[in-house]
Design a protein. Structure first.
Lengths: 273, 273
């Protein structure tokens, strides 16, 4: 939602956070698919004209199902993230010093939840774009709790990130994908640790901006019908925040991302819906 | 379940792990109560004669509701844990060197989930047993993910534990309660870190053994009808393992705790149940 606003969208946006059942990243594909179906039903019942699956785990395991079952455009975050990663890998290969020109091409390293890595969604998405870059994935289960705890700098995040990033770099990763929507808050730590280990800056890509760009293009091309008007509205006028647990803790985080005029989040019931 | 078996129980035990919705510790009391009600219904429909709430968060926020709504004995883990903590605090007070005899009494420090600490269940339970010992609580949200990641020694668990334990000791804790069923796997780290900070061993108590003792006593006293026979059965004969997500990952952990003859876990559906 933040990335869509940054991209200049004036669309009305309904945001649904399944706070009573997160995190999804440790659950089986079967359960994630069941949860995703319930979330999608609630949003389509509200008449949305397009669905952005702003979660890597759901994008990785349930996107095909959602695209098959829904008659509106469904955009995931894995393909835009893979696109950004391939672009970064091409640039990294081109910028190599002459003495490394015959080395193997950089690999694309992906940090994600257990569900995202186990699904193989990133290797598949990269493979559809280019056969030149090998993808190596690594589940990083401690990073979501670190972000939720607000523990974004200091020794513990550095050591945890090092434990996940070091094997990727040792296996030849020249680009690191933050394959979970929580991880961008740890991007400075990932960049710093990766540079320390590699001895040079390592490009670190996340999918939020790339996904917002895809949505903006689809609106411009008419593949999603564009809204007219909407200038001068505040966030509270055109954003709707829905959560499945009590809104208390969520509201504070939402205000960090959305600033003033953040609408009040409302609790909805998915289970009996 | 492990503690009940260690206590010599020959009862048949049905274990339900809500693996599709854990962790509960970060959710609102309202949501935990709703989930606990569903779990209890599934177990009572299977005809259990007593219910052990082997989760601190559910014990802290939903025990009164479960005891009011069910017509079988319901045993939580908070009261036995509080009992063990008071006993340890009494012993710690008695064993003080003479020159500290007039110092304030040791406080009881509790590490728990956000839900458990916010509920105030430990201060209430300790207050019912003794008014001499003040309870100070501290949410330790990173410890469950550390245990689930199997990250039980080394620098990261030590630093995380230090961050949670140091303020408790600084505020006068002379006993530390592991107020979450995940934490006992980190008990050696907690003991080591606490001793380093305090300059002397600090008693660390957990509630599993204390709870199993309460259940064993209730069986011996006939407050829970005791089963006759059952000798020579394997675990597979008398234990039943139910989970709400696919059993794969759970099964490995169960075998670590229960050893050979661990029954195969079965998936059950709470949502539509």
């Amino acid at each position: 939602m933040r990335a869509l606003l940054d991209a200049g969208s004036s669309e009305r946006i309904v945001y649904l956070g399944d706070t009573a059942r997160v995190p999804y990243g440790t659950r089986s594909a079967e359960t994630v698919i069941r949860y995703a179906r319930g979330c999608a039903r609630l949003l389509t019942e509200r008449g949305v004209k397009a669905l952005v699956v702003a979660c890597n785990t759901v994008s990785a395991v349930a996107l095909d199902m959602l695209q098959a079952e829904l008659d509106i455009p469904v955009i995931g975050v894995v393909e835009p993230g893979a696109q950004a990663a391939v672009e970064a890998a091409v640039a990294a290969a081109q910028n190599r010093p002459p003495e490394e020109a015959n080395d193997p091409l950089p690999r694309i390293g992906v940090l994600g939840t257990q569900g995202t890595i186990a699904s193989g969604a990133y290797p598949r998405a990269v493979g559809r774009l280019s056969t030149r870059f090998e993808v190596i994935g690594r589940p990083a289960p401690l990073l979501v709790p670190l972000v939720e705890e607000g523990w974004l700098d200091g020794e513990v995040p550095r050591l945890a990130v090092r434990r996940y990033v070091e094997p990727l770099l040792r296996e030849g990763a020249g680009v690191i994908v933050l394959g979970c929507t929580h991880y961008p808050l740890l991007k400075p730590v990932v960049e710093q640790v990766a540079e320390e280990i590699a001895g040079r800056p390592v490009p670190v890509v996340d999918s939020a901006r790339a996904t917002a760009k895809v949505v903006t293009e689809m609106l411009a091309q008419g593949r999603i019908p564009s809204r007219t008007g909407g200038g001068g509205e505040t966030h509270a006028d055109r954003l709707e925040l829905l959560v499945t647990d009590l809104p208390g803790g969520f509201q504070k985080v939402a205000e960090l991302f959305l600033g003033e005029h953040t609408p009040a989040a409302c609790q909805v019931d998915l289970v009996s819906g």
